[in-house]
Design a protein around this ligand. Structure first.
Ligand code: SF4
Length: 111
């Protein structure tokens, strides 16, 4: 099943998603707990990411809180990271924030 197909199925079930490598998989509390213990950590894109390196213009956004939540602890739930994994870096909108997952899902589904 393609990433797009998985995305559509998960959206129709109103199930939160995560991306593991090139695969979208369903998400639940138990998986989240396990991921915290085994997979999550600092994002491997941190050195070159425009968001993390303050290259994105933001207004009234607590970027340090987003960096702590996503970049330093849970990149698999980052909207930017999802698009990089599914489509490549060049498809990430410059102004996309890590918590804009709905936008990420739309971009991936429409690609
Ligand atoms: S914004 Fe997303 S892709 Fe960029 S460093 Fe943070 S977690 Fe990684």
């Amino acid at each position: 099943m393609s990433v797009k197909q998985q995305l559509r199925e998960n959206r129709s079930e109103q199930t939160p998603l995560k991306i593991d490598g090139n695969h979208l998989v369903s998400n639940n509390i138990a998986e989240n707990k396990q991921n915290k213990e085994t997979e999550m950590g600092e994002c491997d894109l941190i050195e070159t990411c425009p968001f993390f390196n303050d290259k994105i213009k933001t207004v009234n956004i607590d970027t340090e809180q987003l960096k702590e939540k996503y970049c330093k602890n849970n990149n698999l739930n980052c909207a930017r990271y999802m698009i990089v994994q599914a489509l490549g870096r060049e498809k990430v909108p410059d102004d996309l924030l890590p918590d804009q997952k709905t936008t990420a899902y739309q971009i991936i589904a429409e690609s």
